[in-house]
Design a protein around this ligand. Structure first.
Ligand code: KIV
Length: 280
């Protein structure tokens, strides 16, 4: 079994030009499959709001939900670098609250790092969490928790001026002490500039190939999430369809009496049925 990465291993992957690959997971079994598949990291994303709870966005997600799912992921992937995603209002209100909530992820769920959204406006929170001795990753570009401010779930940094803002955010995150940065939904050229400008690893979700690694949402990769499919998603399976087919087959078998059969039933101890009949 591979050893769990440290931040220095992740840094070395960047320096060696090797891509890190990570995926979200929200539960024990997905985490264990991700570990078995050799993922470099697992994110317990607040996308769990949409993928697990059926919310239309990530804003309703609570600290309790994130901790609960992070604990399950930790148990499923004890040898993988796990990142807890700080939900809306767990770090925006004040710097001390940000530190306390980052600490909860570590104390209660045993994560290896936390991630929070935003650029220059969260530099103080990033600095304080890092000063508190915790690894913190930034997340810029499209930031779903504040997508209302961005005009919806839209690509960012598509004009020179907008791209400059994203790059300034990236610099601020690194200067504040983040160990890595996730860039979401910006053109590959912009992500490439950020990767080449920053010393820390720069990862992409929907920001193209010019990055130190890629993140994907597990429900998208597996074809489970049906509500919408962003442009940057590649579905590697259609487990949603396969799940419906399996459920339909089970229902059909059970209704016809084809399930269960002999091999699915427990046997009575020999001679006990006759004894039972006499008792009745
Ligand atoms: O919550 C999440 O899964 C994320 C990704 C969208 C980057 O933050």
């Amino acid at each position: 079994m591979a050893k769990k990465h440290t931040r220095f291993d992740l840094q070395k992957l960047k320096e060696d030009g090797q891509k890190a690959v990570w995926i979200t997971a929200y539960d024990y079994w997905t985490a264990s499959f991700a570990e078995e598949a050799g993922m470099d990291m697992i994110l317990v994303g607040d996308s769990l709001g949409m993928c697990i709870y059926g919310y239309s966005g990530t804003v309703p997600v609570t600290m309790e939900q994130c901790i609960y799912h992070s604990e399950a992921v930790r148990r499923g992937a004890p040898n993988t670098f796990v990142i807890g995603d700080m939900p809306f209002l767990s770090y925006q209100v004040s710097v001390p609250e940000a530190v306390r909530n980052a600490g909860r992820f570590h104390k209660e769920a045993g994560v290896d790092a936390v991630k929070l959204e935003g650029g220059q406006r969260v530099r103080d929170q990033i600095r304080a969490i890092a000063d508190g001795g915790m690894l913190v990753m930034g997340h810029i570009g499209l930031t779903p928790q504040s997508s209302g401010m961005q005009g919806g779930f839209k690509a960012q940094g598509r004009t020179a001026e907008a791209a400059k803002d994203v790059i300034d955010d990236a610099r601020a995150i690194e200067a504040a002490g983040a160990f890595a940065l996730l860039v979401e939904a910006v053109p590959p050229e912009v992500c490439g500039i950020i990767r080449d400008t920053l010393s820390i690893p720069v990862y992409s979700i929907g920001a193209g190939w010019e990055a130190d690694g890629q993140l994907m949402i597990c429900s998208d990769v597996l074809g489970i999430f049906q509500a919408f499919t962003p442009k940057f998603v590649k579905k590697y399976e259609n487990l949603g369809k396969k799940t419906v087919e399996a459920f339909q087959q089970y229902a059909q078998d059970a209704r016809k009496g084809d399930f269960p059969q002999e091999q699915h039933a427990y046997k009575m101890v020999e001679g006990e049925l006759e004894k039972l009949k006499k008792l009745l």
